[in-house]
Design a protein around this ligand. Structure first.
Ligand code: HEC
Length: 279
């Protein structure tokens, strides 16, 4: 073994470079990830999930929900929306400018704010706001995240590493037999709905292909008075008369976890303009 030392050195360098790339590189990029301030707000994100939801993550893992569901919203890019916020002193000129952009505003006063251009480039949005403001109106540019997952309504922006700060283990998933759940708490934030869906998916989603998780519930004989926790199931799914379906603690924790899944705030690394409800 004349070249023993060289072989050792070559192996050492090869393994050393991989370690630098895979281990040190990831730690430097993500190891210091912490809470951040939500854009244009003083709120911190993400905050620790409530206790029941933290335990619910373990139920989610144990039941293998990640075999059919992902928790990662993909984003392809960003686009701009132009929103008209005020007509100014010369509504006729603003209407003309807006018509020039291919949009219509019917009744100027009550229809504001109104999106007059959607999903255009930054240059297009700048040109539109310039033409509206030279007519005397006021317009804002809103940033919108784009991509198929967002078009499906699964989220408002792509998932970023910070979203998973408190989750251990992270349940990214890689197969989508069902919808992505990264932001499910925002669209289905009702614990009762979640419990009904877990016990009998078809009782709330017609023709659902999701398997029921009945073993997370107990079917009990109604004693003196019905339990306040009992599910109010529609006819074909209801238990025999005199019986009721009561969620176990696992079911309640899992439902708490599902409604805690929110990835709907704008961050530095994933910006967008949140919908502001019009007063
Ligand atoms: C065999 C695949 C499969 C498994 C396993 C599975 N699901 Fe589903 N899930 C689906 C399908 C398909 C849908 C869409 C139909 C529906 O909404 O019921 C769905 C829908 C959902 C929805 C509604 C999402 C929405 O946006 O409408 C939630 C919440 C959900 N599943 C949670 C769970 C949880 C929690 C588990 C684990 C206990 C789980 N799923 C396990 C297939 C699955």
């Amino acid at each position: 073994m004349k070249n023993g030392f060289h072989v050792f050195l070559a192996a050492f360098v090869a393994l050393g470079i991989s370690w630098l790339g895979f281990v040190l590189g990831s730690i430097l990029q993500l190891g210091v990830e912490g809470q951040a301030t939500v854009l244009q707000s003083s709120d911190l994100y993400p905050v620790q999930r409530p206790g029941a939801a933290t335990m619910g993550l373990q139920v989610y893992r144990a039941e293998g929900c990640a075999a059919c569901h992902t928790e990662q919203i993909r984003q392809e890019g960003v686009a701009c929306d132009v929103v008209l916020t005020a007509m100014g002193n010369n509504p006729a000129a603003v209407k003309k400018a807006v018509a020039g952009l291919g949009a219509q505003i019917s009744d100027a006063t009550n229809a504001l704010p109104k999106t007059v251009l959607s999903r255009v480039s930054k240059a297009g949005a700048d040109a539109a706001t310039a033409s509206i403001s030279s007519a005397g109106g006021t317009a804002e540019i809103h940033i919108v995240a784009t991509g198929p997952d967002i078009a499906r309504g699964w989220g408002v922006r792509g998932s970023v590493a910070r979203d998973y700060l408190w989750d251990d283990p992270v349940q990214l998933g890689n197969l989508r037999a069902g919808p992505d759940l990264a932001n499910v708490g925002a669209r289905l934030g009702n614990v009762t709905w979640q419990l009904l869906h877990l016990y009998a998916p078809q009782s709330v989603v017609k023709g659902s292909a999701m398997p029921p998780f009945r073993f997370l519930f107990r079917v009990e004989k109604i004693g003196g008075a019905p339990s306040p926790d009992a599910l109010q199931l529609p006819k074909p799914f209801a238990p025999a008369p005199g019986y009721e379906v009561v969620p176990t603690r696992d079911a309640r924790n899992l439902a708490a976890y599902l409604v805690s899944l929110h990835a709907d705030v704008p961050l530095f690394e994933a910006p967008f303009t949140p919908e502001v409800s019009t007063k």
